[in-house]
Write a protein that binds this ligand. Structure first.
Ligand code: SAM
Length: 442
């Protein structure tokens, strides 16, 4: 059993039956067409193309458990793993995310965090981006219905923004299991990173994103050695359209440039403020050239820019992988690209292998996420003196999943008889990021 199996995305043994390998192969060259595309556009198509994308073609890309796991009746880790194995064998799904495995307790922890922090004298408004099967939405609404003053539940609204039409439909079914939720819930099937879908919400609100950042498109920059300038990576079709290959272009894209600025990466390949281009370094790079590849979360930057623009008083709760084991793709913050065929899971060594039949997921650099959040709120201005700051400082906190659930959840509900608790013990590679606005402009 791999580490990933014990982490978050858990792969069933039965999931690739719906994929037509012929259409997948054709699709890879169609993504790119005649003209090259940036890596983020390639990834976006591989995951979200309405017909062939990984999330669009599989109704089971986000799994739903028929019923909650009764952790208190399981002896310990071995019994839990056996139980999971049986669930995967019965289910036509690619993986179960933590909100599903630990339902309803995981969503209840999130609802409690919101209730403890929100100003409940104004109507509670919650947005969820990428709600998958709707399990979080239902769990949060159930909890508020049971635990908040009646008027809070009665006046609340929960808006789900979901890019996949099949998952949007599933969310309505899941939430609709409780009649009274339906009047307060709606799902908008659209790309949350597209500014055109949003109006301007001036009231305080909450945004929940669980395992969404990992599937957002990223860009890639490349430098042929330790001192050469960074180049943007594009993907193109080979002349005979038999395969895809990379193409390197000088930096031009504004999202890539902003991401590099937030990371303090200078275009010439050095870190801003370092002893750039020292003679020794140049000689070393000539004698022992080491190509560098650096993945940039441009999809996250774009999404947070849009969210801060549309929801200036939002509070954010995001959870995701902080680390992924056994990544074979080179580069800093590189993704795992995993697919399943005939019951066997395989990790690819090139992201160009993803043809709509593979999940592409990235680790989240939480330090960088916080900087992107401050940058998009207008607080962080790299390379400028502090006097020119216009935005408001946000209060932010990154917590291990276990710390978050110990603080806001009911961990006793996911504990097995011998004390083993998969929600606290198995998700060491995931974290929560909380970010709330303040009135502080200093
Ligand atoms: C890995 S799944 C996680 C689902 C759910 N949050 C959970 O934890 O079970 C990622 C979800 O984000 C959605 N998604 C990805 N990019 C999106 C975007 N730009 N706008 C809206 N939804 C998006 C996917 O369709 C999917 O529902």
């Amino acid at each position: 059993m791999t580490n990933r199996f014990a982490s978050s995305k858990l792969y069933s043994s039965l999931f690739s039956s719906k994929v037509n390998p012929f259409s997948a192969a054709c699709f890879s060259t169609h993504i790119v067409g005649e003209s090259p595309v940036l890596v983020r556009d390639f990834i976006h198509a591989a995951l979200y193309d309405p017909e062939h994308g990984y999330f669009s073609q599989r109704s089971g890309s986000v799994g739903v458990l028929d019923r909650s796991i009764k952790f208190n009746q399981l002896e310990g880790r071995k019994a839990y793993m056996k139980h999971l194995d049986a669930i995967y064998k019965q289910s036509d799904t690619s993986w179960f995310t933590p909100v599903e495995l630990f339902k309803p307790w995981y969503a209840h922890g999130i609802a409690e965090a919101i209730m403890r922090t929100a100003n409940l004298s104004v109507p509670l408004k919650i947005y969820e981006i990428g709600g998958g099967s709707g399990t979080c939405a239902k769990g949060v609404m159930d909890y508020i219905k049971l635990n908040a003053p009646t008027r809070v539940y009665e006046n609340m609204s929960y808006i789900s923004v979901e890019i996949s039409s099949s998952l949007a439909k599933k969310q309505l079914e899941t939430v609709g299991a409780v009649d009274s939720h339906l009047a307060k819930f709606r799902v908008e099937c659209r790309d949350a990173a597209d500014a055109n879908g949003w109006g301007l919400e001036q009231q305080p609100c909450w945004v929940i994103m669980l395992e969404v950042l990992d599937n957002l498109p990223h860009d890639l920059i490349y430098s042929k050695d330790q001192v050469s300038s960074w180049m943007e990576v594009w993907v193109e079709n080979k002349h005979d359209r038999s395969a895809l290959s990379e193409l390197y272009k000088p930096l031009e894209d504004p999202l890539i440039a902003s991401c590099m600025e937030i990371l303090n990466l200078a275009k010439d390949g050095t870190t801003v403020g370092s002893m750039a281009g020292s003679v020794a370094k140049n000689i070393w790079a000539k004698v022992f050239p080491r190509p560098r590849r650096c993945w940039l979360p441009t999809g996250c930057l774009k999404l947070l820019q849009v969210l801060h623009g549309a929801l200036p008083k939002m509070s954010l709760i995001a959870s995701d992988f902080s680390y992924l084991p056994d990544v074979r793709i080179p580069g800093e913050r590189a993704p795992l690209v995993a697919s399943k065929k005939d019951g066997n899971s395989s990790d690819h060594s090139s992201y160009l292998d993803a043809k709509g039949d593979a999940d592409i997921f990235f680790p989240t650099d939480f330090w960088l996420l916080e900087r992107i959040d401050h940058y998009c709120s207008g607080w962080l201005k790299p390379h400028e003196d502090n006097s020119s700051k216009k935005g408001k400082k946000r209060r932010t906190l990154t917590l291990d999943t276990s710390s978050f659930m110990e603080e806001f959840g009911l961990p006793s509900k996911t504990r097995t008889k011998d004390g083993y608790n998969p929600m606290l013990d198995d998700f060491k590679n995931t974290k929560f990021y909380l970010s709330v606005p303040t009135h502080n402009i200093k």
